[in-house]
Design a protein around this ligand. Structure first.
Ligand code: UDP
Ligand code: MG
Length: 331
């Protein structure tokens, strides 16, 4: 199984040391970084909160790390994590989440496409509405129409329908999370965009708010159209984990029974034909279909059983609960 869907509350006993952590994965963004820091600092210092910025250098080959280092030397509220190589944006977020000391964790891009000026609004929305996740929605997205916006529209519609967490913009990096949300989710692959959907399993309150978006001024986008298939595959994983992670037999068993039943019914029909009319079965494609369906059905059911074993190993070896408690009265 590829994600810890089930939070283990005992893993997050560390108390928050600051109010806000801004987590920013950085991959070859040397021109943007100084300006990003200036803009962030202006906004953050204007708020009545203690804060830290976590720059995760994802194996940049340009001067990004040197700049991050200089920013840290100048202001120790800037913390820097440097990867040994390029592990990808999801890994960047994951490292940032692991090291974040804030009560609220805000994620954003390093390329100045997200606007630091939106941060107070995100925070205000979270606190006033008692939300656990506040997700940005790039209403005026400044990216290519055909290669970026159209695939993104379709993807958001599909992700919303499948996960039943209805957001217009899963891909927007500018999001705010309460500490317990990100501390209890482990990310793999390219799952960072699915954090709201994964968190929904925990029973979180999610709100989407419109945010600014600017065209990229420096450097280049790190992604192309190939992201679409990866998102689709990840969606399959997420949907399985959300619905069946703790009960694989329910999905595999259901389809196994359906296919095996149809196969058996066909077999019975063919046997009856043979017995009562003496018809020859050797020329009947239906016979092959019956055999195929029965075999597939049995395999599905076996897969379900194996899945059940894996689930038990997964939860019991790590003492993971299959539930999340909000509070207990009278302990
Ligand atoms: N990024 C990263 N590692 C990667 C690719 C991207 O840390 O392997 C960072 C990148 O520096 C930026 C953010 O992820 O801060 C979003 O990347 P990009 O702007 O290329 O994506 P787009 O906005 O075009 O979707
Ligand atoms: Mg960008």
């Amino acid at each position: 199984m590829s994600i810890t869907l089930v939070p283990a509350p005992e893993t997050d006993t560390t108390a928050a040391a600051v109010d806000l952590s801004i987590v920013i994965p950085v991959y070859n963004e040397e021109e943007s970084l100084p300006k990003l820091y200036d803009a962030l600092r202006e906004v953050l210092d204007g708020m009545d909160e203690s804060w830290e910025i976590i720059l995760v250098d994802d194996g940049s080959q340009d001067g990004s790390y040197a700049i991050a280092q200089a920013l840290h030397a100048r202001d120790d509220r800037v913390r820097v994590i440097r990867f040994r190589r390029n592990f990808g944006q999801t890994a960047g977020f994951a490292a940032g989440f692991d090291h974040a000391r804030g009560e609220v964790i805000i994620t954003m891009d390093a390329d100045l496409q997200n606007d630091p000026a939106d941060i107070p609004m995100l925070l205000c929305t979270m606190r006033e509405g008692d939300y656990d996740v506040v997700s940005g929605w790039r209403v005026n997205r400044q990216d290519g129409f055909i290669m970026r916006k159209i695939p993104s529209r379709i993807a958001n519609w599909l992700i919303s329908r499948v996960t039943k967490v209805y957001l217009h913009d899963y891909g927007c990096s500018l999001k705010a999370y309460r500490r317990e949300v990100v501390k209890n989710i482990n990310l793999y692959g390219e799952l960072h965009r699915f954090v709201p959907a994964l968190a929904s399993w925990m029973g979180v309150r999610i709100k989407e708010v419109p945010v600014n978006h600017h065209a990229r001024r420096y450097g280049q986008s790190k992604y192309g159209i190939s992201r679409t298939t990866r998102v689709l595959l990840d969606l399959t994983t997420v949907s399985f984990l959300l619905n069946y992670a703790a009960k694989p037999m329910q999905i595999f068993g259901k389809w196994g029974l359906i296919t095996a039943f149809i196969g058996v019914a066909m077999g019975v029909y063919l046997t009856a034909l043979k017995l009562f009319t003496g018809a020859s079965l050797s020329q009947r494609p239906l016979l092959w279909l019956a055999v195929l369906l029965i075999i597939v059905g049995v395999q599905f059911i076996s897969l379900g059983l194996l899945g059940e074993l894996v689930v038990r190993t997964y939860y019991e070896t790590q003492n993971k609960p299959i539930y999340v408690i909000r509070e207990v009265l009278g302990e």
